[in-house]
Design a binder for this molecule. Structure first.
Ligand SMILES: N[C@@H](CCC(=O)N[C@@H](CS)C(=O)NCC(=O)O)C(=O)O
Length: 231
């Protein structure tokens, strides 16, 4: 896709959700271990959960489940009983669940102040706008593209409302590449450590321990992922 169109449609996705997931909210208890999320980028219900993770400044291991993907869809079916997304695993409490609204409520109760922000608590309006967020980018982050699985999970510094991060997440999803998601939305206490590591406050930032690569720039990250993992 032409770069200007790529970025413009990704900005439209953020605008459809009025920037939800750009800013950290009130934080509560912090988990010791990262959460785990089975999802795919184009799924509107999964977006709601990713926004909650950004607002609550939570880390997660993301298992992308694009349609036709051979690995994590099967893993989830064996684990939860059905291929329905999102599915959250919290190893800190032993809780595992389907249903985006239940997951969002659980996250704010467990790791926030118990109050779900209005943009995530508006029922059908939340669902409609989450659906509209995907409309400008039809099919992207939805279907599996044949890829070689990495030995180690990748890492992505990101926040949900960043249009540039979405472009990278779509590619990670399409290639079914698992990654540790480090959320660094505005106001995140993790930003200081991130800047110390990367040299500046900019996302997306990809870390690939399989190749010792660390890089900024969404278009370059997408090209790197295709060159390294696409079959
Ligand atoms: N009410 C559920 C709806 C979840 C749902 O319908 N997810 C779709 C993806 S957007 C799904 O899992 N489809 C099965 C598939 O993709 O194979 C929720 O809010 O979590």
């Amino acid at each position: 896709m032409n770069r200007i169109l790529d970025v413009t449609t990704s900005i439209a996705a953020t605008l459809a959700r009025l920037g939800s997931g750009a800013q950290v909210g009130t934080l509560g208890a912090r988990p010791e271990q990262p959460l785990e999320l089975y999802e795919f980028e184009a799924c509107p219900f999964c977006r709601k959960v990713r926004e909650a993770l950004s607002i609550l400044d939570l880390e997660a291991v993301v298992y992308p489940c694009p349609k036709g993907g051979p690995r994590y869809r099967e893993q989830l079916k064996a684990r939860g009983g059905k291929a329905q997304f999102p599915y959250l695993v919290d190893p800190n409490t032993g809780k595992e669940m389907y249903e985006s609204d239940d997951i969002v409520r659980y996250l704010f109760a467990q790791y926030g102040d118990g109050k779900v922000p209005a943009l995530l608590a508006a029922g059908p309006i939340t669902d409609l706008t989450a659906f509209l967020a995907g409309a400008p980018r039809p099919g992207l982050g939805a279907r599996y593209q044949s890829a070689n699985a990495p030995e180690l999970s990748l890492e992505l510094y990101s926040f949900e409302a960043s249009p540039f991060c979405r472009i990278v997440r779509e590619k990670l999803c399409t290639l079914e590449l698992p990654y540790r998601l480090h959320n660094v939305a505005k106001g995140s206490p993790s930003r200081g450590d991130f800047v110390t590591r990367s040299g500046k406050m900019m996302v997306p930032y990809l870390v690939d321990q399989n190749t010792s690569v660390e890089m900024f720039e969404s278009a370059e990250i997408v090209a790197y992922l295709d060159a390294t993992y696409a079959a």
